[in-house]
Ligand binder design. Sequence first.
Ligand code: NAD
Length: 255
Amino acid sequence: MIRLDGKTALVTGAGSGIGQCIAETFARAGARVLVAELRAEAGETTVARIRETGGQAEAVAVDVTSEADLEAAAARHPGVDILVCNAGIGHVGTILTTSGADFDRVMAVNVRGVFNTMKAWLPGMVARGSGAVVNLASTAGLEGLVDRFAYSVSKHAVVGITRSAALDHARSGVRINCLCPGRIETPFVRARIAEYPDPVAAAREMASTQAMGRMGQPQEVANAALFLASESAAFLTGVALPVDGGWTAGMFPKA
Ligand SMILES: NC(=O)c1ccc[n+]([C@@H]2O[C@H](COP(=O)([O-])OP(=O)(O)OC[C@H]3O[C@@H](n4cnc5c(N)ncnc54)[C@H](O)[C@@H]3O)[C@@H](O)[C@H]2O)c1
């Protein structure tokens, strides 16, 4: 079992889905977890769930699109050893059906949000000569995705942020990696599925895009995050790790 005893981890968007599961997994591994969330009530729920099971957690109210929010949070909580930039939003549309305002909103949360969060805590990690950053990209950051234009562009940028920052800080003792999940069963994905005229068929179709023929679970992404955040991944930096049931491995017959 990988342990994070004595470490402080900050997870953005930890009030739901993958972020909540990462926060709970890190707390079970012994880390003190800062639950950074836009929706205060959702953040408090994650904190309560962690404390109920004997873990250490504290809520930090942030909007990742706000540099000022993150600078203030970093001033209050400077000693972060593990940073998980997970907060993100989805968007459905092609380049032609995506408005400029929607494009800007997706970029503000998914790209500027990661930039703002890393700018707030990376300087402390570099100064201390240790730390691990785990960003949440997507398989849509490695390949294009039909009808998810802005989302796919934003997640390609998260892969770019990860690789570029990893190189810039490769000799600093700070490792910077990202996860590229396929379809994971979270409120985010369930909401998207509910928007389809035939949600059951949509769920089946989403499962079939992954070679394993099923959607992933938040815990399966959290396990990969735990590995990247830990000393077990000491020689990994600049990695974009698919957690996708084989989706991006190549072509396969669809069931
Ligand atoms: N679920 C999937 O299939 C999947 C696949 C690939 C990548 N991802 C990525 O994983 C991450 C988490 O996805 P999820 O499915 O758990 O989503 P989710 O919607 O269940 O949770 C996202 C959380 O981020 C918070 N958030 C949104 N905007 C914020 C902001 N401006 N500031 C702070 N917090 C904010 C939300 O309140 C929410 O609690 C996202 O970056 C997403 O793009 C998800």
